[in-house]
Design a protein around this ligand. Structure first.
Ligand SMILES: [Zn+2]
Length: 282
């Protein structure tokens, strides 16, 4: 009985206790990406702040234990937590959602998310995939966003693009930024990696393969001038920031980056699906 209780305690380890890659918690000095869009996350867990005179938006919340880093980064840029009026999420995995409950409390912001990720966010747990035993602080969804819906805070307007697969409610976000008199379309894609998700016989998410395929096709057909993602390792913003400091045009403005990324992501998906199909036959 005692052994069982100890085992259960392990299985229900909180997000804060889960062993995480060092890059997830390594501090990162914040920097501007384009226009009023800033990187305020950790070394690998991206968190984006988009500011306007009448209100700011934050996308993703990283981990419970990195909330102080994120809040310090926002202050270091000269922005106030209380100016954040809206928090959004790419997807309900704990490495992007565990810190949201605390940031919501600290800012008093509204939290908008998709219908399919809402139950995961509001229980702090997902029933399949590599993080199914990790529980994080639940966060109430104040407004459910639909595909193609534009949500606003102050002068910041972001459009939700449902791109399910990685999670059932995975949401990519687009918005416009102006720099040097030109307007640029920015995208923060939701992950399209398989990342340990079961693709075969996934009883919790039977349509997972079809959803991945639809989302990959949808993202491939989109246009973006600036490509952002929930993990820094997907596009190396640190190298781009270093290049910007060295002078020359803004390296974050790269209209081919989305398609380049998606071609690799699709090939990786095909390979992983083939691997899981072969494994399921044995
Ligand atoms: Zn994820």
């Amino acid at each position: 009985m005692r052994f069982l209780a100890a085992f259960a305690a392990l299985a229900f380890a909180s997000a804060a206790q889960a062993a995480v890659p060092a890059d997830w918690t390594t501090p990162q000095a914040p920097f501007r990406i384009v226009g009023n869009t800033y990187y305020v996350g950790t070394k690998d867990l991206a968190v984006y702040l988009i500011t306007s005179p009448k209100g700011d938006v934050l996308i993703d919340g990283a981990l419970v234990q990195t909330v102080p880093q994120i809040e310090k980064n926002i202050a270091a840029l000269g922005f106030k937590l209380s100016d954040i009026k809206l928090i959004l999420n790419t997807h309900a995995h704990y490495d992007h959602a565990a810190g949201i409950a605390q940031i919501k409390k600290d800012t008093g912001a509204r939290f908008d998310a998709s219908a399919a990720d809402k139950p995961i966010l509001e229980t702090g747990s997902i029933s399949f995939g590599p993080t199914k035993d990790v529980h994080y602080p639940p966060v109430k969804v104040d407004h459910v966003v639909k595909d193609g819906e534009t949500v606003s805070a102050g002068d910041v307007h972001l459009t939700a693009h449902l791109t399910p697969g990685h999670t059932p409610g995975c949401t990519s976000w687009t918005w416009n930024e102006t720099e040097g008199g030109k307007t640029y379309r920015v995208i923060d894609i939701c992950s399209v990696s398989v990342a340990g998700n079961p693709l075969m016989n996934n009883k919790a998410y039977p349509g997972i393969v079809e959803d991945y395929r639809t989302s990959i096709a949808k993202l491939k057909a989109m246009h973006a001038d600036v490509f952002l993602a929930p993990h820094a390792q997907f596009y190396d913003p640190q190298a781009k920031e270093a290049a910007r400091k060295a002078g020359g045009p803004n390296p974050f403005i790269a209209p081919a980056a989305l398609q380049t990324f998606m071609a690799k992501a699709e090939a990786a998906f095909d390979a992983e699906l083939a691997r899981q199909e072969a494994a399921a036959k044995h």
